[in-house]
Design a protein around this ligand. Structure first.
Ligand code: GDG
Length: 484
């Protein structure tokens, strides 16, 4: 029976080793969260890095890890510390991530990390080939594996390959600056179908293919000598029912069963004489997410509208990410200082303006935050999609809550009933925050009704099915074209 092979840099679980026993924990992050529901439903295997380097294994442990992975239909790609340094921290996160998010000043190009990126993509290809049977479909994810489609195609020319990019594809003028631009595009063109979150990313990609490689483009098809490659946009949805159900359970919970975070939230709400409304912000700690700007905009808001002192509080969850990369360490320091300074400037005995968590929270606590916050303030400078925006709206069973969302996110294209802002415009953010905090309930409900309908219809399952369906028709078309 044919199967689907999902491939991403990291497997959707983390391994913890205690006294030679292995514990598996589901990973946090857009891709893992989104694809998990797809992986657990169908006949599929997931290939990726386990999170442990070869240096951390002995033979006995390796067997146990492989068994633990197998239980989750996962297969590990063996990577060394040097691989991770050059491939993950180096080329993926010091070159491609900043470049594709338009942070050109952070983009470094080093020949050695590029070489490691190539050799690690080859290691992924080797594991895929070992696990590939005739008739299988391959779905590759994200910027760490841009060369993989072509590496697989070279060994298995007939296989059906889909590739999805979870981050923006930058405009040609930005993309052209990278020295290995031809090889990256040729690597991607090993796929039969290339998917992006938005039409803009798709357009940027096609224009780079045309201008860098000179290929013929017909609408959204790339014509090679022996193949047609389809390029399309598939805005990723969320597991809508999971968030609904969790929010419903949360709302029904008796007081005595409340989680610690919910008790804290309640305690803080009752602090002093006033009930502070909660403004929620959740992201991985990443410079693309605009966290420092958000803090400065919140400070500006409190300066401009002092009537909200004691009446509104920013609840900020920053999930640790890529902590070995210097830019992320600097950003962490900047955020720590900003939170300290703003809290020091405005705090009153019974009210602290910012409530800051630097850690990952369990899923139930995330739901506590989504359902308890009157406003969500998400201000990325660039973001491929932004699933948090969708999850916040889906969790609002009461249909209340106001979403303020940056126009630089892929999600803003589909969420026009949210309050859309430019993350660099503090004036606009401050005014929008005031508007959101004062928005009448009927208007909140009206906006969220429309948003929820769309999220329910275009959920993650539909996203994955649409992609797979399109991959199948692309392959059929390619075969017809080859027969001519
Ligand atoms: C990349 C692209 C694109 C966050 N904190 C906790 C937690 N989360 C979960 C959220 C959400 C996911 O992590 C974050 O997804 P995002 O989409 O917001 O962001 P990235 O991680 O940057 O993802 C992004 C995405 O891929 C998908 O294509 O949207 O643009 O950058 O699902 O719920 N989950 C738990 N605890 C936390 O503390 N349990």
């Amino acid at each position: 029976m044919s199967k689907t092979i999902i491939i991403s840099n990291r497997l959707p679980l983390q391994l913890r080793i205690h006294d030679n026993t292995i514990e598996t924990i589901p990973s946090v992050g857009g891709l893992a969260t989104g694809m998990r529901s797809v992986h657990t439903q169908g006949d599929s295997i997931w290939i990726g890095w386990s999170g442990l380097t070869e240096e951390e294994f002995n033979l006995e442990l390796k067997t146990k890890v492989n068994e633990a992975l197998q239980k989750h239909q996962c297969v590990g790609v063996p990577l060394t510390e040097d691989d991770i340094e050059g491939f993950y921290y180096g080329f993926s996160n010091n070159t491609l991530w900043p470049l594709f998010h338009y942070f050109m000043e952070y983009t470094e190009f080093e020949k050695t990390t590029w070489e490691t990126y190539r050799s690690v993509n080859q290691k992924f290809a080797d594991v895929v080939i070992q696990n590939l049977d005739d008739g299988d479909t391959v779905w590759i994810h994200d910027y760490q594996l841009l060369l993989l489609p072509d590496l697989i195609r070279k060994k298995k020319p007939e296989v059906s390959i889909g590739f999805f990019l979870h981050i923006p594809f930058p405009s040609y003028e930005v993309f052209r600056t990278i020295p290995c631009r031809e090889e990256l595009l040729e690597g991607m063109l090993g796929a039969d179908l290339l998917g992006f979150h938005t039409y803009d990313y798709e357009r940027h990609f096609l224009s780079s293919v045309q201008r860098v490689l000179g290929h013929e483009i017909h609408f959204n098809n790339i014509h090679l000598d022996n193949r047609i490659i389809k390029v399309d946009s598939f805005p990723m949805g969320i597991d809508y029912n999971k968030f609904r159900e969790a929010a419903e359970v949360h709302n029904q919970k008796a007081k005595k069963d409340q989680t610690e975070i919910q008790q804290e939230i309640d305690k803080h709400l009752k602090e002093g004489s006033n009930k502070a409304k909660l403004i929620l912000s959740i992201d991985r700690l990443d410079y693309t997410k605009g966290i420092a700007n958000r803090l400065r905009a919140f400070e500006y808001f409190l300066d401009k509208y002092p009537q909200f002192k004691g009446k509104a509080r920013l609840v900020m969850l920053a999930v640790p990410s890529r902590a070995n990369v210097p830019q992320y360490q600097r950003l962490k320091n900047e955020i720590d200082q900003l939170v300290g300074r703003i809290n020091g400037k405005f705090a009153e005995v019974s009210w602290t303006p910012i409530w800051y968590f630097y850690r990952s929270l369990p899923f139930e606590n995330l739901i506590d935050l989504y359902t308890s916050s009157e406003v969500a303030l998400l201000t990325p400078i660039r973001d491929g999609m932004n699933l948090v925006a969708k999850e916040y709206i889906a969790s609002r069973v009461d249909k209340k809550g106001v979403l303020i969302l940056s126009e630089m996110t892929g999600a803003s294209n589909e969420m026009s009933e949210a309050l859309i802002i430019n993350p660099n415009n503090f004036e606009e953010i401050a005014d929008t925050l005031k508007f959101a905090l004062e928005m009448p309930e009927e208007e909140q409900i009206k906006r969220n009704n429309a948003l929820q309908k769309r999220l329910k219809r275009y959920n993650v399952e539909k996203w994955a099915n649409d992609f797979m369906e399109s991959l199948k028709t692309t392959k059929d078309d390619t075969q017809k074209y080859t027969l001519k």
